[in-house]
Write a protein that binds this ligand. Structure first.
Ligand code: SAM
Length: 353
């Protein structure tokens, strides 16, 4: 590690900020030694804020139907081979009931942008979830909607919203998405969600096609200034039926490095060790936690649909029962000195408006 890289890491730890050029320099100049130093500092910060607790979120993949055509995504509209399904409100509620028994206190409803999930339908589901489990948080991850829609869902009881920004560089965004999708609208959504009062999550794929140290530096600057409550990053993994089928997978090494950088930028951020990270390495999620992540999101979707929510090839956890999924993660977390918390796991200091 050069003296310069060491200096950047020490400053990042102290000031939680670098310039965009310095973020790019840190990424370009990284090596094994600097990654280890960063990971150590990130894990220290994580212990100070969260102790040895890892928060869990029960992920319910409510629909594989999507009107969008993101070039990287396996459930994109123009993939005729994608198997489509949509859970009924009753199925969603019963997944949550099962999850509650297992110790989940946050449910994440994620899905493609499925027009059948109107505000009326979704608000009904959110209200019912809150009625049955008033001590639980509801997170939505259902893509771009109007400000009015986000407000209605918040008023119905939703607490958090995950919407990865995907990239903070408009030119890069245009290379990952079809013409009808816009960087400006994605950013508008994120601003609206924050303004309404949600705990908001942004994020991006590591190693997405056309990504460079400079676009990543913009992502880090965006995270630093937007100050999300949550930040989802995981490796890009190609899907065989998308235009990016032949693009390389994002690396474990860079994903871990960026998790550590993000923990130092925002010590209190809720940072998942994602399923994608567990997909590219058998111990990817454990390594993610050791690099500064503090959240895992086991799958609570009905076993019969898990394979159909196929964003990328070889996704893990598509066959296990929910109970096994939680048990398996508990053992994985214990193996690296952490435990799964039975807790809503809100962003420190957050209360609903
Ligand atoms: N439709 C919602 C949205 O746009 O936010 C939520 C579902 S979307 C499938 C969830 C996330 O999956 C995206 O934000 C994207 O970063 C990630 N994703 C999609 N395709 C992927 C791939 N091939 N590899 C890794 N992550 C992928």
């Amino acid at each position: 590690m050069t003296e310069r890289i060491k200096e950047l890491i020490v400053r990042l730890e102290k000031e939680h900020s670098l310039s965009e050029t310095e973020y790019a320099e840190l990424i370009t100049g990284r090596d094994e030694e600097s990654a280890a130093l960063l990971a150590r500092k990130a894990a220290e910060k994580q212990k100070v804020v969260f102790g040895d607790a890892v928060y869990t979120r029960g992920l319910i993949e409510i629909s594989s139907i999507c009107k969008n055509n993101c070039l990287y995504c396996g459930i994109r509209r123009d993939n005729p081979k994608a198997e489509r399904y949509r859970l009924t409100p009753e199925e969603i509620l019963s997944c949550a009931d099962e999850g509650y028994e297992l110790g989940f206190r946050t449910f994440v409803l994620q899905g493609g942008e499925d027009p059948a999930f109107t505000d009326a339908v979704l608000c009904g589901i959110v209200r019912a979830l809150k009625q049955r489990h008033p001590d639980c948080a509801v997170t939505l991850s259902l893509g771009e909607r109007s400000s009015e829609s986000y407000q209605a869902l918040y008023d119905a009881g939703a607490d958090r919203y995950l919407l990865r920004h995907e990239t903070a560089d408009a030119g890069h965004y245009a290379k990952l998405h079809p013409k009808e999708m816009s960087f400006e609208n994605r950013m508008r959504c994120l601003r609206d969600l924050k303004e309404i009062g949600y705990q908001v999550g942004c994020g991006f794929m590591v190693g997405s096609p056309f990504q460079t140290p400079e676009t990543l530096a913009k992502d880090l600057k965006f995270i630093e200034t937007f100050r999300p409550a949550m930040c989802g990053i995981g490796p890009f993994i190609p899907h065989r039926n998308t235009p990016f089928r032949n693009e390389p997978t994002g690396t474990l090494e860079l994903t871990l490095f960026l998790l550590s950088v993000i923990r130092l930028i925002l010590p209190e951020v809720l940072l998942p060790a994602t399923t994608a990270l567990g997909t590219i390495h058998p111990r990817g999620r454990e390594m993610g936690i050791q690099a500064g992540a503090n959240v895992v999101m086991p799958n609570l979707s009905p076993v019969g649909v898990r394979k159909k929510y196929e964003l990328y090839d070889n996704k893990i956890c598509t066959g296990e029962e929910s109970a096994q999924c939680r048990g398996c993660l508990e053992a994985r977390m214990r193996s690296v000195g952490y435990h799964l918390a039975v807790d809503r796991g809100d962003a420190p200091g957050w209360t609903k408006k």
